[in-house]
Design a binder for this molecule. Sequence first.
Ligand code: ATP
Length: 757
Amino acid sequence: MSRSRSQTGKSDHQIDLFAEDIAAETPTIPAAGDTTFAINDLLSSPDRTETLLLHWQQAEWIRALDVGFARLIRELSEEQGERPDPLLLLLAALVSHQVGRGHVCVDLGNLLADAGHTLSLPPEESVQEPLTDSGTSEPDRPKPADVLALVTLPECLIILEGACAVSDGSHTTPLVLNGTRLYLRRFWRYEQRIAAGIRHRLALPSPLADPESGPARTLSLALDTLFRSSEPVDYQKLACALAARNHFAVITGGPGSGKTTTVVNLLAALQAVAGESPERAGRKYRIRLAAPTGKAAARLNESIGGAVSRLPLAELPGNVDLNDIPTRVTTLHRLLGSRPDTRKFRHNRDNPLLVDILVIDEASMVDVDLMASVFDALPANAQLILLGDKDQLASVDAGAVLGELCQRALLAHYTPETARWLAAMAEGEIPESLVDETGQPMDQAVAMLRKSYRFREDSGIRAFAEAVNTNALDNAMLRQIRQAEFDDVILLNSRSKSGDTEDTLDLVCRHAITGSPEAFRNAGQGRQVNGQSLPPPVGYRHYLERLQNHGLNENSPREDWDAMAVQLLEAFSDFQVLCALRKGPWGVEGLNDRIAKQLLAEKLIPRAEGWYEGRPVLITGNDYNLGLMNGDIGIAVNVPWDRTDTGEPRYTLRVAFPDSDTAGGIRWISPSRLQQLETVYAMTVHKSQGSEFNHTCLVLPDRLSPVLTKELVYTGITRARNWFSLIAGDIPVLREAVSQQVSRASGLALALVESTD
Ligand SMILES: Nc1ncnc2c1ncn2[C@@H]1O[C@H](COP(=O)(O)OP(=O)(O)OP(=O)(O)O)[C@@H](O)[C@H]1O
């Protein structure tokens, strides 16, 4: 699709800035009463369409930013002497709305086929709240589906193709049309940069491709040393071989499937190959490990050290020593060199990272913007390995890169050539079901781990997560959970009749205090995990009593306070309430409030609002000055380090955060210095990604909402390490939720397939 016609004459950067400026203006919303809409009239002029968009904004269906973007398109078109088609303005606002919901683009075919579902408009809440504040009925606001029912796909395409604000990407226009997918240019470019980075790496020749070559033999020897499984097919070994051969690879697997173990073995195997390689003259690879959040980085930091220390290095070829395998994990932002007030990183195409191999854990949380920056910052020949669980929720911001790359992971689609190579490297047959003559290049770089080593065969957490993931959540499974037939999972309550929401929410609060060990099988007593006996599940009383009884005073040295804070934070991570929503009684806001009041009633905290000793807080935005990252958790503690006028010790509150730079270190920060935070007795499942808690309680609301999906429930369950409790406002809602799947519009998978035809 290449057309010669006028361009908008603005750079991407100008367009971005312009859009942000426009969004910052307060749009004029039509006076109340102007609420009669004739559907046929809505696309009759740009003014009518803008009025409609403002009404949607007023109803909080779309954002000011979305209306601002449509205005930008109108202004740019008019600057070019073009009268913009009203449909163009409507689609511009809707594509912006979709980006705000995590989609990279809008597929016009899907949009026209089912606009309500595609856009989630009107939002669920507004459908269920038909009355306005004055008690009158809401005006019958036209819905996007009503308006879009007036147009056809060919019409849309003709209008878009003829608009100066739209191109196929070869011109600098704010909108890009690729087939039937409409993008904001910035997001189209992210996708292009990611696809180009992957394609480039998939096409790079590998010294391991010939199984008879020296490097391939070294790899095979190293794999035999590192993997000694007696299983018929060792998927970890296969994943390791596959990732070693490719300059770009993805290893996906559920919780405890051995992603960390596999990648540590992979790095050892690659260093063995480097150590034996005459071309590298014994020079080992420069390897970096990164994760999208501080929390995820800290978790990998914890587990990787153990895995590295278990490596049989002495038996490996290539003189691999401990220093060759990194154990420090950094956040991606820190690795790339983030700078305040700009989304541009210090490391980029002109200043690439000094790295041969980059491993990114929890890659499902990486959005398209960040992933494009990773590809920009990587040297052309550097190897990139993504680790993650494809079934988890996608990134909060736009994109679902890992999920898309793993769409075909279940059946692998290895070509016969790949299967033969793998069989030669890993000395075992590849199951027929994973071989496909028509496998694509991307398929040859994806490995799926299929066995959980963390959860035993009879684990309820495992069974429940699997049932949710495979749409097999039936009454029998729910009954088993409710009757505590599993050691580790309990369904505490379901609303059986209407009107007892309050009872259920009170139950959440009581459970949050104690963790309800009595509800679990054998009251949570006597469980053995990996040969060690496990204490019963706890609630928030556990960490608060530890705080109340810490026994430190003015004379206690700082190290003792640090050690106490480390234990306190650890005790806090023994339990976490997760919920699906932010607002309302079932959301983070309502539950935080209720749980705090209950803790106050039990005299576990001194007050339930503002700052007080014991308040746990979640940082909600990166603060580079304080060294705090989005997702960091801290607890307020009274410490005696200030002095009164007479020089006496005075207790004041400081918030204790784990210090990501020092193992076992604590960063004490005055509450007044903290900018973006919220209390964290309850946390959204979205925010909990990359974290794990000894006992996780998932609270699901009594009404359906678009955010209630299979991925959300699965992610919530798999945050639990040893104990999981579920409180469902309504069982049919739970069942409906797990039948809803997140599907994010994007063209990445297609871009990879198309380019390799
Ligand atoms: N092949 C194996 N044989 C026996 N135990 C294993 C094997 N692979 C992994 N494990 C054990 O299973 C547990 C989980 O492994 P690992 O941490 O590598 O999994 P993961 O997929 O990275 O977990 P997470 O879900 O936390 O990211 C660890 O205790 C590890 O030692």
